[in-house]
Ligand binder design. Structure first.
Ligand code: NAD
Ligand code: UFG
Length: 336
């Protein structure tokens, strides 16, 4: 059985759907600090049966020990954590507690239960302002915010653990910019409050929840002056987790670090154009000042994941926009 911590969240639900369809048994664990139980009902509707979900906190050894005692867990995908960059700068202790202490408690519980296979949700944000694109895994790691530093700390902990106890199989997956939704439109991204990220903001403008998109910066050294990112369809990302789990379940007793991205960069204006095309909706937008902390461009070199995991992203920016819109159009208020 595979444990998905943070399994009720955006990437967790999509990964659960892909893993169950591939024949895995899964158990989800979540404190619902950034997700809703309603998402679980939607997952059930997709896969045709209920999936066990335990409510608990990844910082609680008591919750975790009970979970490992109750289920025959053979591997863990560790999604649980907080992810809002701006909030992390304002609340560093909360972020280090959830992301770092939470990971430490989980690893302690895994050690006790003798489960030594883990796939960890890392982030391209740990590269910070990279010297050049595409970014390989060997690039310097210099995160520019608390969130990114919390992810790098967990990566360091896992590298130290692997050096000390080589029986572990550990995959560090560095996601680029996950967007889109399951094609059935039952699950998707449902941010609380005002979305920080581009795609959910665009879909909320399209559905009439927000009047216009602010484009943060039109004077970057990019082809159209707007920021360039490596958007990856969340279903491709979910399939990347399936590939990483299959790798971990073969017990390679290695630590593998892999970018999950498409290897292609798209600008803000390109994404807006693709979304307008896919949805038939105009997205009113206005170029405003740059957002503090943003880099001009960031896209992955995804070749290592292809070579080592046999995984490659297959979905296009048009697919991402179509599926993001399908989700938002069918669920204007998200899971609410
Ligand atoms: P999400 O917020 O939708 O999902 C995270 C889930 O973890 C939520 O359901 C939340 O309730 C749960 N959670 C948080 N703290 C917890 C705790 N202490 N105990 C138990 N559950 C807890 O976010 P997501 O987009 O699905 O991201 C999943 C992981 O991927 C996170 O670790 C995130 O940092 C990482 N990541 C996300 C992105 C992105 O852009 N979405 C990019 C790179 C990395
Ligand atoms: N942008 C806008 N307007 C908005 C929101 C975003 O113009 O309202 C622009 C940004 O300036 C940037 C691009 O859209 O150029 C993408 O911004 P996002 O906030 O969607 O994504 P980021 O690349 O800033 O960061 C995201 C996650 C991080 C994660 C990183 C991985 O927020 O947690 O991707 O690459 F680490």
């Amino acid at each position: 059985m595979i444990l998905l911590t943070g399994g009720a969240g955006y990437i967790g639900l999509h990964t659960a759907a892909v893993l169950v369809e591939a024949g895995h048994e899964v158990v989800l664990f979540d404190n619902f600090s950034n997700s809703k139980p309603a998402g679980l009902k939607r997952l059930e509707a997709i896969i045709g049966r209920a999936v066990p979900c335990v409510e608990g906190d990844v910082r609680s050894r008591q919750d975790l020990d009970g979970l490992f005692d109750q289920y025959p867990i053979g591997a863990v995908v560790h999604f649980a954590g907080l992810k809002a960059v701006g909030e992390s700068q304002a609340q560093p202790l909360r972020y280090y507690d959830n992301n770092v202490s939470g990971s430490l408690a989980l690893l302690g519980a895994m050690q006790r239960a003798e489960v030594r296979r883990i796939v960890f949700s890392s982030s391209a944000t740990i590269y910070g302002n990279a010297d050049s694109n595409p970014i390989p895994e060997t690039a310097a790691l210099r995160p520019a915010n608390v969130y990114g530093r919390s992810k790098l700390m967990v990566e360091d902990i896992l590298r130290d653990l692997h050096a000390a106890a080589p029986g572990w199989s550990i995959a560090l997956l560095r996601y680029f910019n996950p967007v889109g939704a399951h094609p059935g439109g039952l699950i998707g991204e449902d941010p609380n409050d005002i979305p920080n990220n581009l795609m959910p903001f665009v879909t909320q403008v399209a559905v009439g929840r927000r009047p216009e998109l602010q484009v943060f910066g039109g004077d970057y050294p990019t082809p159209d002056g707007t920021g360039v990112r490596d958007y990856i369809h969340v279903m491709d990302l979910a399939e990347g987790h399936r590939a990483a789990l299959d790798w971990a379940l073969r017990d390679p007793r290695e630590l593998l670090t892999a970018n999950l991205g498409t290897g292609r960069g798209s600008s803000v204006l390109e994404l807006v154009g693709a979304f307008e095309q896919a949805s038939g909706k105009a997205i009113p937008h206005r170029i405003v000042a740059r957002r503090a902390g943003d880099v001009a461009a960031c896209w992955s070199d995804p070749s290592l994941a292809r070579e080592r995991l046999g995984w490659t992203a297959t979905r296009s920016l048009d697919d991402m926009c179509r599926d993001a819109w399908n989700w938002q159009r069918n669920n204007p208020q998200g899971f609410a």
